[in-house]
Write a protein that binds this ligand. Structure first.
Ligand code: 13P
Length: 259
């Protein structure tokens, strides 16, 4: 059985002491669960101190972004090779990077390759804008984002991949997708992987939902067919809400096991 993954993307929030306080509160409240992975995604600055603070059996770390070259004259950038041994995962192609920082499909592709090359599992973020959904382009957008990101990756690398379906219109808006919309998008994402690497590989890839997730709706998405976890933004900055979301994952997992 695949492990459920609950990830909290803190985005550009919290200084080092605020991040440490949130980590302490989460560590005090969240129990160890062998089938659920909880991933914290603090700012680049907070990663190192938090890595020393966390119980690594309880939490894994992810970076929010990295640069695809391993080293060199790239002022202001941090490479995947620098993040080796510090993080297990890295977000790649988050909609804020694609839309605010104009990250291209080619850059996302290079980052996915660099991430695997450095032993860091990508959490590849894909999703359509409101206009694309209204124009019924959602499937095409997801296919383009998936196919271009995964060019040149081996089947064994792909099996560890995590994909996050984050509709752009649902991020930070309070306007989340319905579980049915998420199921349909996740199906398209898996078909896209299957067309490149076959059905067996596609089934093993974990696909998350993200976009205005809060404790009230977490279970609905965790029970949705094909959804293996959640990528949480705003609610992950609130220890009580994030803990409730992790608890929801514990409950859903417990119910699935009883079946
Ligand atoms: P919100 O949960 O704040 O909508 O953010 C989602 C997100 O972008 C997580 O990466």
């Amino acid at each position: 059985m695949k492990k459920i993954l609950i990830a909290g993307n803190w985005k550009m929030n919290l200084n080092v002491s605020e991040a440490s306080l949130l980590t302490k509160r989460l560590q005090d409240r969240i129990a160890l669960h062998k089938d659920i992975e909880v991933v914290l995604i603090p700012s680049m600055l907070d990663l190192q101190p938090i890595s020393l603070q966390i119980d690594r059996r309880k939490f894994k770390l992810a970076a929010q972004n990295a640069y695809h070259k391993d080293s060199g004259a790239f002022t202001g950038e941090v490479s995947f090779s620098m993040l080796r041994d510090l993080v297990s995962y890295c977000l790649i192609g988050h909609s804020e990077r694609r839309h605010i920082f104009n990250e291209t499909l080619e850059e996302v592709q290079e980052k996915v390759a660099a991430s695997f090359r450095n032993g860091i599992t990508p959490i590849l973020c894909v999703g359509e804008t409101k206009t694309e959904r209204i124009n019924k382009e959602t499937n095409q957008v997801l296919e383009d984002q998936m196919q271009s990101a995964l060019a040149n990756i081996t089947a064994s690398e792909i099996e560890s991949l995590v994909v996050a379906y984050e509709p752009v219109w649902a991020i930070g808006t309070g306007d989340f997708a319905t579980p049915d919309q998420a199921v349909a998008a996740v199906r398209t994402i898996r078909q896209s992987i299957a067309s490149l690497y076959g059905n067996a590989v596609s089934k093993n890839v974990r696909v998350l939902y993200g976009g205005s997730v809060n404790p009230d709706i977490a279970s609905d998405f965790l029970k949705a067919e094909g959804v293996d976890g959640l990528l949480v933004g705003g609610a992950s900055l609130n220890y009580a809400q994030f803990t409730d979301i992790v608890d929801a994952a514990f409950e859903v997992h417990h119910d699935l096991e009883k079946r």
